[in-house]
Design a protein around this ligand. Structure first.
Ligand code: GDG
Length: 467
């Protein structure tokens, strides 16, 4: 395959961010390295096979970066100004749509200037794709930052096959209807041939809204548009590179890392673990409160049990995230001042990201995994734990409000708003017999190793290209 950027391609992915991170060495030489996300792992082989291109922002404002060839496919960086990052990304995407789509767990903020920027940037992404796509190409648009792209792209290039996948929940009509631009976003998605969601419930919520558009009718899993097209609407639950995670977690390097980690934590009998982006949708306040109370009440003994919580910094310039960070720091401080000792803390809280092998080691040592979002599209952490942890004497506590709860039915299910219920379930997960836990783990492992990220990508593209 050629090493130069192609003029036109048959397969394009459009996402807010590129799948590569820039590295600058000591001599100032610039190189780009694949960012190790699930989406990249799933789509790289597809793009290499089809000769594809990825369109997205490279992460630095006010800078134009020329397209380049990377690892078998083309990269087309889309420039964003500092003001656009503030208004389109931090504003409309992360302070309007993100909370609105997560059941308004914090109040969504509506600003007309943010909406203007959102439209402008979505148009730019669509224009870039229209330029790069060969006749009849397949274009796969990712996530809530780019909801208008299918509509713009169809106006520019009706010959394309356009798919859209939403990684986050899609809210019920009663909440969605607050959005001043609710019609426009529904029209945006109806520009696609296929709209995928994480769960059937999200797909049903969208179909209910589509049906309200003038001239649009719906029938099982389809919206029929004014211009006579059928838009398929259904769920495609996303997954992970299960084998890749398992191999990493059982490698010698990670085993050594796991031994070191256990030692660093003071070789406790039981390790409880949580890992999330520091986001208010992840239920951290409730989770930390529940575990803190169990320590305070003496149900968990700090001489035997450690709760390790990793919270990866996220969206730090958005107001609600600053508030959350301060709240959690305070809560952790309060708990640790009452239980445990300075030498041995009950709650080990780390507010920084770790390399993937360290994360795999954390999954490996975790006897109990807590995944308790108040709302989550899927939640990959739950699946990663199942793929990495090889000991059968393990348990996953999972919120019923995560998309993953539909598939990981054998998890210990909780309602994160019910702190007493969550405490009781955590204790049950810790004290159930090894036989019960082993049965649950085996069943969830089957699920996670059967339905991998490749299956997800294949399902979506087969449906899209079969049209
Ligand atoms: C959105 C939706 C949906 C976290 N800390 C570190 C680290 N991570 C990795 C995890 C996992 C990923 O980040 C988080 O994925 P989630 O699915 O849990 O959550 P979101 O970021 O909110 O993702 C979600 C997902 O899209 C996919 O469609 O499931 O519902 O909200 O992979 O492992 N990775 C490393 N170090 C860390 O410190 N290396």
């Amino acid at each position: 395959m050629s090493e130069t950027v192609q003029d036109k391609v048959d397969f394009l992915v459009i996402a807010n961010r590129l799948p590569v991170d820039r590295k600058v060495d000591d001599d100032g030489n610039v190189s780009w390295q694949s960012s190790p996300g699930g989406l990249v792992t799933a789509l790289e082989p597809v793009m290499q096979r089809k000769g594809g291109a990825w369109i997205g922002w490279h992460g630095a404002p006010d800078e134009v970066v020329d397209p380049f060839h990377h690892d078998g496919y083309d990269i087309h960086p889309v420039p964003l100004s500092a003001q656009e990052v503030e208004e389109y990304y931090e504003g409309f995407s992360n302070a309007t749509l993100w909370p609105l789509y997560h059941d308004c767990v914090v109040e969504p903020v509506f600003h007309r200037e943010w909406w203007d920027a959102y439209q402008k940037v979505n148009k730019r992404f669509a224009e870039q794709a229209a330029e790069q796509a060969a006749e009849g190409a397949t274009v796969w648009v990712q996530d809530y930052q780019l909801t208008l792209v299918p509509m713009y792209l169809r106006q520019m290039r009706p010959d394309l096959r356009i798919g859209f996948f939403l990684h986050i929940p899609f809210p019920p009509i009663e909440l969605y209807s607050r959005l001043p631009w609710r019609e426009e976003l529904v029209e945006g998605l109806l520009g696609a041939d296929l709209v995928g969601f994480q769960t059937p419930g999200a797909a049903a919520n969208f179909l209910r809204l589509a049906k309200r558009r003038p001239g649009v009718t719906t029938s099982r899993g389809k919206a029929h548009t004014r211009d006579g097209r059928d838009v398929i609407v259904r769920d495609f639950p996303i997954s992970i590179d299960s084998r890749g995670f398992h191999e990493l977690a059982t490698s010698e390097k990670v085993q050594a890392e796991a031994d070191k980690l256990r030692e660093d934590l003071g070789n406790p009998e039981t390790i409880i673990f949580g890992v999330d982006r520091l986001d208010y949708t992840k239920g951290l306040r409730q989770r930390i409160r529940a575990v803190g109370e169990l320590f305070k009440e003496g149900k968990l003994d700090p001489d035997e049990v450690v709760f390790l919580q990793l919270a990866t910094p996220s969206r730090e310039r958005v107001e609600e995230y600053k508030i959350l960070r301060d709240d959690i720091n305070l809560l952790v401080g309060q708990i640790n001042s009452k239980v445990g000792t300075i030498a041995r803390r009950a709650l080990v809280y780390r507010n920084k990201s770790v390399p993937r092998d360290v994360l795999a080691a954390m999954y490996q040592v975790a006897d109990l995994m807590l995944v308790t979002p108040v709302r989550d599209g899927m939640n990959l952490v739950a699946k990663e734990y199942i793929a990495c942890r090889s000991n059968d004497d393990s348990a996953l506590v999972l919120s019923e409000f995560a998309g993953a709860a539909r598939e990981l039915k054998q998890a210990y299910m909780v309602n994160p708003y019910d702190i007493d219920g969550m405490k009781a379930t955590i204790m049950q997960a810790l004290t159930d017999s090894p036989k019960v836990k082993a049965r649950k783990m085996r069943s969830m492992r089957r699920q996670v190793f059967d339905k991998t990220i490749d299956v997800w990508a294949d399902d979506f593209l087969t449906e899209l290209e079969g049209r």
